[in-house]
Structure formats: C-alpha cells, structure tokens
Design a protein around this ligand. Structure first.
Ligand code: NAI
Ligand code: MG
Length: 487
C-alpha cells in the first residue's frame, strides 16, 4: 500500500501555492545567513517520509552571532523604544500571521503530521491570538505595579535583555508564539531555536518578521539539534532561558544554569488524570476523553493520558469509548476528515511502540481500534489499556502518543490520591454534574491547570504551567509576562 492509497482521502487540502525553499539558512540580525558550520539537515513530512527542505545546523559560532545580534538590538533599539511603538510591531506580526493562516496551517501539518483541521482551527489562530493579546499588554505595563511599601505608582518594570528560547515539535508555531510574544511585549529581544523535526513554520515566521519591519536582531531564529540548544542556554549574554520540552532536558538545563543569574522557566512533561464521576454527562465525557488523549496524536504535554472512571459507570463509559474509537479516522494529515495524523518522527513512534509492548508485558489489557493505518509514514492506532494500576510504567511515565491508561475508582479520596501520586503535575480534567465536587478537586489536584467538563481549552489570557516535574513558571496571561521582567 502506498501513501496515495489513503482510505479516507476524501478531502485532502491542496499543497499548491505553498512556497517552501529547498534550503533554509539561519535568521540572524534581520537576514538569512549561511551557517558557519556549513552543515544542513533534511526536514521531512512524517506522513510520507518525503524530504521537504534542508535546514541549517547552527554551531556555537552561529549561536554567538545570533545572541550578539539580539544583545545589540536590545541595547541600541528595543530597550529604548516606547512601549506603544513596540506594540505596533507585535500587532503587525499578529495581523500578518492571520493573513497567512492557510499557508502556516498547511506547512505545520506537512512538517509536523498533525491533522489539518487542528492546525487550521487551533494552532495557527491561537498563535496569532497570542501576538494580539501580548501586543495589547506592551504599553500597559509601565507604572502598572504599585510600590508595595508606599502604595504609589511604582517604577517602570525593567526588561531583562536577551531571551534564549527553546521549543519542542508538538506545537511548533504555537510554542514560538508563546515564547516570542511575551518577550517582545516586555521589551526583551529573542533568539529562538525550534525543534529539529519541525523547523519550517518557525522559519516561515522569520520571513514574516522580516516583512513586518521589526528592527533587525530583535528576533533571531536559529535551527539545529540539542547541541545548538545547549550553546544558546549557556551563552553568557543570554539573561533569560525559556524551555519547553522533555523533563530530562529541562533538568539538564536547570543544572547547567545553577550559579548563573539567568532567569529560567521550564514547561516539561505531564501525565494528566482525566477523572469521570458517575454523575458526569457521559456522552460529553467520552468526547472529552477522546479529545484529551487523541488530540494532536497525544503529543501534548497536558494530554489526558490517565483515565479514572468511577467504578459503577466504568462499563458504560468504556463501551462507549471503544465504539467511539472505531469511528476515528487515522491517516493523511492533510485530509480534512482525519482525526489522528502522523506521529511526529520515527524516533517517537518507536518510543510509543515500546510503551505499548511494556503495557502488554505488564499485564494490562490492550484494546486497539480496528482501523487500518498507512504503511508509509509514521502512524499509530488509537490504543486503550484497561485494568492498569498505579505501579504500571504506562501509568507513571509520559508516552506522548495516542495511548490511554484506564483505571477505575470508588471514592473521591481514592481518586485524588491516585491522580496526585505521580511525578508530574501539569493538568487534569474533572467530569461531574456537581459544582461542589469541581471546587473540591481544583484545590486538591496538584496540577497547574484543571479543566471541568471540558478538556484542552486554551486562551492567551489564561496562565499555563506545571507543578512538580512538569516545570515551573507560567506562560499566558499577565503571569506569562513576569518571567521576562524585573520589578
Ligand atoms: P527534547 O526535550 O529533547 O527536545 C525539545 C527541544 O529541546 C528541542 O528543540 C531540542 O533540540 C532541544 N534540546 C535537546 N537537548 C537539549 C539540550 N541539552 N540543551 C538545550 N536544548 C536541547 O524532547 P524530544 O527528545 O524531542 O522528545 C522526547 C520526549 O520528551 C517525548 O517523547 C515527550 O515525552 C517529551 N516531550 C515533552 C514535550 C512537552 O511539551 N512537555 C515536548 C516534546 C517532548
Ligand atoms: Mg531529546
């Protein structure tokens, strides 16, 4: 079976008029420059395994050039610019992104593997909204924070300097927006490194930034692997590090910054509990479970990857969930009917498959959708594990794929204990008819975000971030500006 033989290829989005260069250089000081390393690497479409473009692999010298460009732009231009002027640039970026939403969506889907419906309806509009939202904040920060001892208007908050920002592959453009928009609004300049498997929308964003007229060097975008990220984190002229990615790398970064004066925020892994009580609206909850774990192939730090169902409704919930699984369409991410697209990389697919094997070996009962998946490209069937327990690795560890571990519970105390008994604490979901239960759980669940009777709702005004090994610092809202300011 070839990639063209998509079972449900009823409405594939056209890739005509999508302009990609064969080769992308580094975006430093307002222009695309060849890497000192002279090295490039291929970036592919994970749904077809076809090469999309070659991308520069920045070395330490390249990182140094980018950081110096950002420092220069900070000292000479951006730090001195009145906030209302900075706001205009950020608004312009937001508007340009809206105008090019289709192009960004198609490229995001081609490079990342996520369903076009999601890139088009969620990733790209939300990314533009982050720029709009933070553009609005830029000129409202001066004197916004009263001096606590006198009660009078405080001084203007100060920016920090150069922010080194490292992002993952699961929401490439959206994470770029989460990082860049608050940094610019607060008067900092940026060097951003996208993930090695999904650099293309960040590079498109570089083109857009160039067009927006943003002063040279205010945003620099450099591509590469972990080594490039490490060089950026450790560069002495970087004042602030913002990282989203694996808990392991987050810990490494934290260690490497010990003893420096750099500010740091980390947004790391998760293993969210999605909790369904017997008084929940069951059909709505089933949709919430499906969205919680299968959105973006489960490549979501806040994915509802642990389901807790109250024992007396477990049979009905699981039966409906199995039924719903059979209706999910796995396949061509460019097809508007697709629910589950491609796994982002061969490496990630191998990781997911190894966890599926672990789950079987641990004695959990597996249920997979009977759907067929394309043989070319990286795909994984939606997978449930029943009869799991707290000690199972598939319950404790982040899989980052379309794999749900299901447990049952009897009492509210039991489920709170189990939900919290995990190294992570990023998010949770609660499904119940009772407001009192919701309030009770939001105070007792050790998670940065708790959704009630919904899941995966995001808004630029709402802060997001973790407890425990899920990291620290908040992104979004007024809270998201604080890590970029000295008050
Ligand atoms: P990763 O943490 O290695 O990669 C994330 C970013 O960090 C990429 O841009 C990468 O180039 C960069 N990076 C890697 N090593 C670095 C270092 N030493 N210093 C600075 N930057 C570095 O994540 P990876 O390997 O892509 O995925 C592994 C697992 O991590 C996934 O299976 C998933 O469980 C988890 N993950 C969690 C994410 C989240 O949103 N919380 C996002 C991506 C991955
Ligand atoms: Mg890694």
């Amino acid at each position: 079976m070839e990639t063209t033989d998509w079972k449900y290829a009823a409405a594939p989005e056209s890739t005509d008029h999508i302009k990609l260069k064969n080769r992308y250089d580094l975006f430093i000081n307002g222009e695309f420059v060849k890497p000192n390393s002279k090295k490039y690497f291929a970036t592919i479409n994970p749904a077809t395994e076809e090469k999309l473009a070659d991308v520069a692999d920045a070395n330490e010298k390249d990182v140094d050039l980018a950081v110096n460009a950002a420092k220069n732009a900070y000292d000479k231009v951006w730090k001195k610019m009145p906030a209302k002027e900075r706001a205009k640039y950020i608004f312009r970026i937001a508007r340009l992104m809206q105008e090019r939403a289709r192009e960004f969506s198609v490229i995001e889907t081609m490079n990342g593997g996520k369903p076009i419906r999601e890139s088009r309806d969620i990733d790209v509009p939300l990314a533009a909204n982050h720029f709009f939202y933070y553009a609005g904040w830029a000129d409202k920060l001066d004197y916004a924070f009263p001096n606590l001892s006198t009660g009078k208007a405080g001084k203007k908050p100060e920016s920090l300097g150069v922010a080194g920002q490292i992002i993952p592959w699961n929401f490439p453009l959206l994470m770029a927006a989460w990082k860049i928009a608050p940094a610019l609004a607060t008067g900092n300049t940026v060097v951003l490194k996208p993930a090695e498997t999904t650099p293309l929308t960040a590079l498109k964003l570089a083109e857009l930034i160039q067009e927006s007229g943003l002063p040279d060097g205010v945003v620099n975008i450099i591509t590469g692997f972990g080594k490039t990220g490490a060089a950026l984190v450790n560069h002495p002229k970087v004042s602030k590090v913002a990282f989203t990615g694996s808990t392991d790398v987050g810990k490494l970064i934290q260690k490497s910054l010990a003893g420096t004066n750099k500010k740091i925020t980390l947004e790391l892994g998760g293993k969210a509990a999605n909790i369904v009580f017997d008084d929940a609206p069951i059909d709505q909850a089933v949709e919430g479970i499906v969205n919680g774990i299968f959105f973006n192939q489960g490549h979501v730090c806040c994915a509802g990857s642990r389901l807790f169902v109250q024992e007396n409704v477990a049979d009905i919930v699981i039966a409906k969930l199995k039924q719903r699984l059979e209706t999910l369409i796995v396949g061509n991410p460019l097809d508007k009917n697709t629910d589950i697209g491609a796994i982002n990389s061969k490496e990630q697919l191998d990781k997911i498959n190894s966890y599926i094997k672990i789950g079987i070996d641990e004695g959990a009962e597996i249920y997979q959708s009977k759907c067929s998946v394309p043989t070319k490209g990286f795909f994984c069937k939606p997978t449930l594990f029943l009869h799991t327990s707290q000690s199972h690795r598939i319950v404790q560890e982040e899989i980052f794929g379309p794999v749900l571990a299901i447990q049952t519970f009897r009492t509210i105390e039991e489920v709170i204990e189990k939900a919290n008994n995990i190294p992570y604490g990023l998010s949770a979901g609660v499904w119940t008819d009772k407001g009192s239960k919701i309030f009770n759980l939001t105070t007792k669940l050790r998670a940065g975000v708790v959704w009630a009777n919904t899941y995966n709702k995001f808004d630029p005004a709402s802060p997001f971030g973790g407890y425990k090994e899920s990291g620290f610092g908040r992104e979004g809202g007024l809270h998201g500006l604080m890590p970029y300011l000295n008050l």
